[in-house]
Design a protein around this ligand. Structure first.
Ligand code: 7PJ
Length: 289
């Protein structure tokens, strides 16, 4: 098919697990920050909860589980390396042995990248696009793919006054520069995924332009990941609080896949996967199975 939306179909080798990108995948979100579990952060209960939650998301069809030990929500403060290691590594170790999915780690820190890959992670998802000290080399020395995300500013104040001349061009230029930096460091293009970073230093208008023009990112020739699940943009559009954004999240996921995203990062895996299948079937104008 000559459709431009299928031009970058390829596969990702995630520590031995092959992800076929000729169809879109869902990445389930697993936060392991202390406030994300009902016990208030007590270690064993957290680990158990994390495992159960991950297993449920895989049963719903998640191909990736994205483990995050640092909150990057607007206004969030940074955590120390040792704190992040303590939160993330036991979960990655347990999940990589017990869960039938690629374990992705949402981190920017070199030490967390190194230890996560050693513990069995199959993808590094960095909202800072490997710009922190040592992160590029740590990722290069591993053999797993990396997701490079665009962010303007830092989580602490990124939503205060986001500004762009032309948001698409600037996000594209940033990603191109980070792809070049990766290649120079020895990370081949076959290991790179890109993400415009919805909600990371962007106004509602910037986010909507990026979503509507997501297909322009296909010119990079790399798989596109999109994360819109429950984000404040959807609250601004619908007027709904974060716990009532499922339907808006599913609508946004559908649009993202229709515009070329291959991996959708989402909290609600089953619903998102159905949406992704509708978008994919529409792109192909046929059923895959
Ligand atoms: C994203 C992420 C995203 C990638 C978060 C939240 C904020 N990683 N980590 N893309 N968002 N690659 O889920 O609301 O959009 S944390």
């Amino acid at each position: 098919m000559s459709d431009k939306r299928l031009a970058s179909a390829q596969s990702l080798d995630c520590a031995g697990r092959l992800i076929d990108l000729s169809f879109p995948h869902v990445m389930g979100v697993l936060n392991v920050t202390p406030d994300s579990f009902s016990d208030g952060g007590q270690f064993n209960a957290s680990l158990d909860d994390a495992l159960r939650r991950a297993e449920a998301m895989v049963a719903e069809g998640a191909s990736f589980i994205d483990v995050g030990g640092e909150s990057t929500r607007p206004g969030a403060v940074e955590v120390s390396v040792s704190e992040e290691l303590d939160r993330v590594i036991p979960v990655v170790e347990a999940l990589s042995q017990r869960v039938d999915a690629v374990i992705s780690v949402d981190t920017s820190k070199a030490a967390v990248i190194e230890e996560s890959v050693r513990a069995g992670a199959g993808l590094i998802n960095d909202v800072r696009a490997l710009q922190e000290p040592g992160a590029l080399d740590a990722a290069a020395e591993s053999s797993v793919p990396v997701c490079l995300m665009h962010m303007q500013g830092k989580p602490k104040d990124m939503q205060k006054a986001p500004q762009y001349e032309r948001v698409i061009d600037e996000v594209l230029a940033f990603l191109q520069a980070r792809i070049a930096a990766c290649e120079t460091a020895g990370i081949e293009r076959s290991r790179i995924v890109v993400d415009p970073g919805f909600g990371f230093g962007k106004s509602p208008g910037h986010n909507l332009t990026l979503l509507n023009c997501l297909d322009e990112f296909q010119g990079l020739g790399l798989p596109i990941l999109a994360g819109l699940s429950r984000k404040s943009l959807l609250g601004q559009i619908t007027g709904r609080p974060v716990d009532q954004r499922l339907i808006a999240s599913v609508a946004a996921a559908t649009l993202a896949v229709y515009r070329g995203a291959r991996i959708i990062r989402a909290h609600d895996v089953a619903a998102t996967l159905d949406a992704v299948k509708v978008a994919q079937a529409t792109i192909r104008e046929t059923l895959d199975e």
